[in-house]
Design a protein. Structure first.
Length: 338
């Protein structure tokens, strides 16, 4: 695995205006992403996890500029995507693709499988002619575990798992280096999830792909990711190697997420004090002062209500919690490499 970062995100901020009145003027802001730092090395898988509404999908869309951030840097292969004019993004998006949660919504219902997969090739001039592109499409379908007999099918004629495989083949058709997988298995049955996860794992080994894997399912993340970043109310609250974050979490929110995962083992995590989330997630339009997690945290103390914690270094990762303050505060951009 290369030591050169493939993707570096620094101080990413994406706010959405709240409009009111006859003239629809902004009267406030939804702070969906509020200062996120993230790093993905070439050949690595980094998972971004958290509850629904925490901003993780907006991070993925902001990286690709499907929504426009207000601030920050997104460097891909050393190039700042947020500084590029929109016409320049077209060639770069060949190397940076996304697989969405709902494959039926992601596929054009009017296009047959062969045309949906070949669409990106035509856009980027891959393949000498239609015959060569169709041969490449057939090879891609085989690579993702689909039969070439499906080339003439429409999306509604496929199962959910088949549609997601078509979406993966479509992303691979332009030979990307990084795939952003946005809840790409959450809508599938458990058995189909396992098949897609195995496929992603195999493709990473065969093609040297990197993944930013966005998910709320810690069981899925444990299988696939090298590194995990936990997000809460627009900010990263903990990050580090998967074994460290999921095996010995340093932030109360991460501990609460793990406690919420059902287990058949009655002895699981009984030795540690159980952390249970209380109350509702505060509005991202009015995040709490101090630590954003403090209204729901059973370990809260006065400092949490007054000050916003930075990311404190913890082993090979970091935690945005004063309880983890035991070494030098990590500065902006000083993100551990996946």
């Amino acid at each position: 695995m290369s030591s050169v970062p493939l993707l570096e995100v620094e101080g990413l901020r994406t706010w959405f205006p709240i409009r009111a009145g006859l003239l629809q003027r902004p009267v406030g802001w939804i702070r969906a992403v509020d200062g996120v730092d993230l790093c993905v090395q070439a050949g690595a898988t980094v998972a971004l996890v958290g509850e629904s509404g925490c901003g993780k999908t907006t991070v993925g869309r902001s990286i690709l500029r499907l929504v426009e951030p207000q601030a920050g840097r997104v460097r891909f292969e050393g190039e700042d995507l947020l500084a590029l004019p929109r016409p320049s993004l077209r060639s770069l998006r060949r190397r940076l693709q996304i697989v969405f949660q709902d494959p039926l919504a992601a596929l054009d219902p009017r296009l047959r499988v062969r045309d949906a997969v070949a669409e990106g090739m035509e856009t980027h001039g891959i393949g000498a002619d239609r015959i060569e592109r169709e041969a490449r499409v057939a090879a891609l379908l085989e690579r993702v575990g689909l039969d070439s007999s499906l080339l003439g099918r429409f999306p509604h004629e496929l199962s959910g798992g088949q549609r997601q495989r078509v979406c993966i083949a479509r992303a691979l058709a332009v030979e990307p280096r990084l795939l952003i997988c946005d809840e790409s298995v959450s809508a599938l049955d458990v058995s189909i999830q396992a098949q897609i996860l195995n496929l992603l794992h195999d493709l990473r080994a065969e093609l040297g792909l990197s993944y930013l894997f966005i998910s709320h399912d810690l069981g899925v993340v444990r299988q696939l990711a090298d590194r995990v970043a936990v997000m809460y109310l627009g900010q990263i609250v903990e990050e580090g190697p998967t074994e460290q974050v999921l095996g010995d979490p340093q932030h109360p929110y991460t501990r609460a997420l793990l406690e919420a995962v059902p287990s058949l083992d009655p002895r699981a995590r009984r030795s540690a004090e159980r952390i249970r989330l209380r109350g509702e997630v505060p509005s991202p339009a009015q995040p709490p002062a101090g630590c954003r997690f403090h209204p729901r945290c059973p370990l809260v103390f006065d400092r949490c209500r007054r000050e916003a914690p930075a990311l404190f270094a913890v082993a090979a990762g970091a935690s945005r919690c004063f309880l983890a303050e035991q070494s030098t505060v990590r500065t902006t951009g000083d993100v551990p490499r996946a």
